[in-house]
Design a protein around this ligand. Structure first.
Ligand code: FBP
Length: 548
């Protein structure tokens, strides 16, 4: 395999670990936990894994560890650093006992159910240290939820003499990890399940999980490219760039990029929902900024659009929720209808308010809203071209204002979507260290017999040696939500908090960024060089933790 010069240099990078993980480790059990909401229901659904204590690792005495085998699964969308979670897990179990073995299940949870796996040996691991991507074993979105799947998984678990499964995934995948842990505990199978917090979206977080891995690298990659566009925009001075940024639901990615590059407009879905804005309100807000700049002769600018926006506009949200329930019940009938008649079919079956809105949407957007949900019941927002929808509507509004003499400038738009470009980037130093520490943490949780826990590494704005490692019971993050038409226990998604420091810092400056051209150009991720260039955590994390 030919490797790039950077890949070869990065292979030699030794990720940093928290001090408590550098030698022998002792487990300290702290306070018992409760679910974030719907406590009685969650408790009754997870009687064996509910209420367990928080766990913190401290330095301990070296002791013998019996051999054990572990299986690992990468689940859901790619996020930079996944390979380092696996290498940290590998090094962690090998340090406990050199005879321990690690198996990787292929292409996501389906690898466990369908018994597709490979043993991850030192040679394989060494090839992937500090690299981006999930290609070591592949990933997938199969939802682990039925007893048949759990029992099928158990067969291969027994055959390979596996003691624990580590599921590296986002909120949905960790919800599944928790259900699997509970099932194996209830059946007394003696199989542990540990989760690791992955997702570039940054929406799997709480007091114990300060960040999901991959968010740091992905947002730095997007900010680099947005910075390049801003420079182009300010050089040519003739285009408005509409940039959609990944993040299926929460706007953390858009907000972080805005804090890094200072664009003219950045929409935050959570704020739009809170203010009960309509699509027309959003369009008017952007058009007013275009007109304001045009009045000063600036016919250029940049708008950041979070991928999940459409679902947060309250009227659209109500429509999607009815569509979700409707398609969950009538999916087969709908699929059998010829494409040209699908829109009419939906319009005739929705409530009046939602039917009117659905009928008024541009053809393509309406079609995208009725496409297949992912296996977790989510609308596939990455397929919806919100950036084009908005720029078209802004263009129409400006044309109207021009006729009325309210707009004097020119408006020409360019469109971009940044998502897949950042998900497999070579992990930043932060993600390399954080992911390696998460994997290592998982190995210690396993060695101490824990199940139903998520690996937790916190105090992340301090140097890595001062990070605090341990575990949080997954049930502590759960509440009940409607999915595929039914109430289900799920990990509560962390949305952008409008009272949180990252949003407040953005809101305090955005009017200046709208009018002036205050762009910042972050440049590419640096792996070697001064600390302030190479080791900065995200602005989101710094502001959340009160760092200037
Ligand atoms: P996860 O939550 O599984 O990490 O996925 C995040 C994400 O990248 C979203 O930002 C995006 O909407 C979605 O995956 C795209 O999914 P797919 O890879 O299936 O196109």
């Amino acid at each position: 395999m030919t490797k790039s010069a950077l890949q070869m240099a990065r292979a030699a990078y030794q990720p940093k670990l928290p001090k408590a993980l550098q030698g022998a480790v002792k487990v300290r059990e702290e306070e018992a936990t409760q679910a974030v909401a719907d406590r009685e229901e969650i408790k009754s659904l997870f009687p064996n894994t509910y209420g367990m204590p928080l766990i913190r690792f401290v330095e301990g005495e070296k002791r013998e560890s019996p051999t054990f085998n572990v299986g690992v699964i990468l689940s859901g969308g790619q996020a930079p650093g996944g390979h380092n979670v696996i290498s940290g897990l590998f090094d962690g179990i090998k340090r406990l006992n050199k005879d321990n073995r690690l198996y990787g299940f292929l292409m996501g949870p389906s690898g466990l159910i369908e018994h597709r796996y490979t043993e991850l040996t030192a040679d394989i691991i060494d090839d992937y240290r500090n690299t981006g991507g999930f290609d070591m074993i592949g990933s997938g979105r199969t939802k682990l939820e039925t007893e048949d799947q759990f029992e099928s998984g158990l067969k291969i678990i027994r055959k390979l003499d596996i003691q624990a499964i580590v599921i590296i995934g986002g909120d949905d995948s960790n919800t599944n990890a928790c259900v699997l842990a509970e099932y194996y505990a209830a059946k007394k199978y003696g199989v542990q399940v540990i989760g690791c917090p992955k997702t570039i979206d940054g929406d799997l977080k709480n007091a114990m999980i300060e960040a999901s891995f991959g968010f740091d690298t992905a947002t730095k990659t997007y900010s680099e490219v947005i910075g390049n566009i801003l420079r182009d925009c300010n050089s040519a001075r003739k285009y408005w760039h509409f940039i959609k940024l990944m993040g299926r639901s929460a706007s953390h990615i858009a907000l972080e990029c805005a804090l890094q590059v200072q664009p003219n407009v950045c929409l935050i879905s959570e704020e739009i929902q809170e203010k009960d804005m309509t699509l027309d309100d959003v369009v008017t807000y952007i058009a007013e900024i275009v007109a304001l700049r045009a009045a000063e002769g600036k016919n250029f600018g940049t708008v950041l659009v979070p991928e999940g926006l459409i679902e947060f506009i309250p009227v659209v949200k109500r429509l999607i929720s009815e569509l979700n329930d409707f398609l969950a019940k009538n999916g087969e009938e709908f699929a059998a209808i010829e494409r040209a008649r699908q829109r009419e079919y939906i319009v005739s079956r929705l409530s009046q308010e939602n039917a009117e809105l659905y009928a008024s949407l541009p053809e393509e957007v309406a079609r995208q809203l009725s496409l297949d949900r992912d296996p977790h019941g989510n609308v596939q927002v990455s397929l919806i071209e919100t950036e084009k929808l908005l720029s078209d509507m802004v263009g129409s509004k400006l044309a109207e204002w021009k006729r009325e003499g309210k707009f004097v400038g020119k408006f020409a738009a360019q469109h971009h979507f940044f998502g897949y470009e950042g998900r497999c980037a070579a992990p930043s130093n932060f993600d390399s260290d954080y992911c390696y520490s998460l994997g290592y943490t998982a190995s210690v949780l396993i060695a101490n017999g824990k199940t139903g826990y998520m690996a937790s590494v916190r105090n992340l704005t301090a140097p890595a040696a001062e990070w605090i490692a341990g575990g949080i019971p997954i049930t502590a993050m759960m509440n009940m939500e409607r999915r595929n038409g039914k109430m289900k226990p799920v990990i509560q998604k962390a949305l952008v908090e409008l009272e949180g420091e990252p949003f407040k810092k953005f809101a305090a400056q955005r009017d200046v960024w709208a009018k002036e051209t205050a762009y910042v150009y972050p440049g590419p991720i640096q792996y070697f060089g001064p600390k302030e260039v190479c080791d900065q955590p995200t602005k989101t994390l710094q502001f959340e933790q009160g760092k200037p």
